[in-house]
Write a protein that binds this ligand. Structure first.
Ligand code: AMP
Length: 359
């Protein structure tokens, strides 16, 4: 079966690494030549709006998915007219627009940070009154990894931030003094079967994910899964759906949706019976889903800007290195390290060793 992947970055690469053992043949579509996934399958290099090229790509695939959240909706809709495409465009539509995303959460009874739409300066006063301070101005579209966001402490800040974001449609969001940030990775198969990974606690640095660790909290897990099922049903979702949460006052508030495999699920490659990548492929290919049970105590640390000396990393016990084969560049995700140990004591020591080496 030929699996087309829109986007040829590291998520595509890890999907491909999971695809080959299943007898699936990955191929990629990305406007930027030499994507880090391209070592693992042929890449079509064409613009997102080259609909003839999209059509030709689809003709050479049995199923298509996407690994990049900002693929234009028109491209995805066009592709879906020629080939089965999962997850369906409506999930992407919600995930690409922060206002639609918040409205989706709220419409399903899922709490969020206070927010207000800002289309122009005429909305500033009412938005500040509705949301309060401190707040964050976020562009509605094309924001990720903390990009397209400005902290707001006063009305003057808001005017400046609006200019800085380029006067684009935005939302003002109240700052949530959260206790923890979590994410849930849900997978729904082609036959309606659904599995969940354990909730993951995430720590960010400079807007980028730094550390992810699965947690055990039966009550939060139940709540998160209940909310996830509402989203999966509403979106008629097939494939992985990742939901990011703030925990505030012990309650879950929905922050973001990603209708794709997610950085906070990379630990599942070694740390779960079936990885998020394999389960996404199983789902979109109509295959049975695999077990999500953990295989040990896991932690994932992102490698940002450059991969450290591999000899030093691999000398540490329990380390699995994932080097994406990308050129070093400041602020770029170039790889990750997963630790998976048989017990908690080993996990703490192994993580401390890795963090010390990366410091
Ligand atoms: P986002 O791209 O919306 O996920 O934001 C990136 C990171 O900024 C989040 O993971 C949080 O750490 C922080 N952040 C975003 N929105 C808020 C908020 N409303 N309150 C507090 N922290 C936030």
């Amino acid at each position: 079966m030929r699996v087309g992947i829109l986007g040829a970055g590291q998520l595509g690469r890890m999907l491909a690494l999971a695809a080959w053992p299943l007898g699936l043949q990955p191929r990629f579509y990305d406007p930027v030549p030499g994507g880090c996934a391209a070592a693992l399958g042929p890449q079509t290099v064409a613009a997102w709006d080259d609909l003839d090229a999209v059509e030709r790509f689809c003709a050479a695939c049995d199923v298509v998915t996407y690994e990049f959240e900002n693929v234009p909706l028109a491209t995805v809709r066009h592709a879906a007219a020629f080939v089965p495409l999962f997850p369906a465009a409506q999930a992407l539509e919600a995930a690409q627009d922060r206002l639609a995303e918040k409205a989706l959460f709220q419409g399903l009874g899922i709490g969020t940070a206070p927010f207000a739409a800002i289309d122009g300066p005429a909305d500033f006063d009412s938005a500040l009154e509705a949301v309060g301070l401190p707040a964050i101005l976020k562009s509605r579209r094309l924001g990720y990894d903390g990009k397209g966001q400005v902290a707001i402490r006063s009305g003057v800040d808001l005017e400046r931030a609006w200019q800085r974001l380029g006067q684009v449609p935005a939302i003002l969001e109240g700052v949530v003094p959260f206790e923890r940030e979590l994410s849930l990775i849900a997978v729904r198969g082609g036959h309606g079967d659904t599995v969940f990974y354990p909730l993951v606690e995430n720590q960010h640095r400079d807007g980028l994910l730094h550390l992810s660790r699965p947690i055990v909290d039966a009550a939060l897990q139940r709540h998160a899964q209940d909310y996830a099922v509402r989203l999966l049903d509403r979106l008629d979702h097939i494939g992985v759906l990742t939901i990011e949460w703030f925990v505030h006052g012990g309650e879950l508030l929905g922050n973001e949706l990603a209708p794709r495999v997610h950085n906070s699920g990379h630990w599942t490659i070694e740390g779960a019976a079936t990885s998020q990548f394999e389960n996404h492929l199983r789902a979109i290919c109509g295959l049975p889903l695999g077990a999500t049970a953990t295989t040990g105590h896991s932690a994932m640390v992102n490698l940002i800007s450059a991969v450290p000396r591999r000899e030093a990393l691999l000398a540490l016990p329990w380390v699995h290195l994932h080097d994406y084969g990308k050129e070093p560049r400041s602020g770029r995700k170039v790889g990750h390290v997963t630790l998976c140990t048989p017990d908690e004591a080993h996990a703490e020591v192994a993580l401390a060793n890795v963090l010390e080496l990366l410091a």
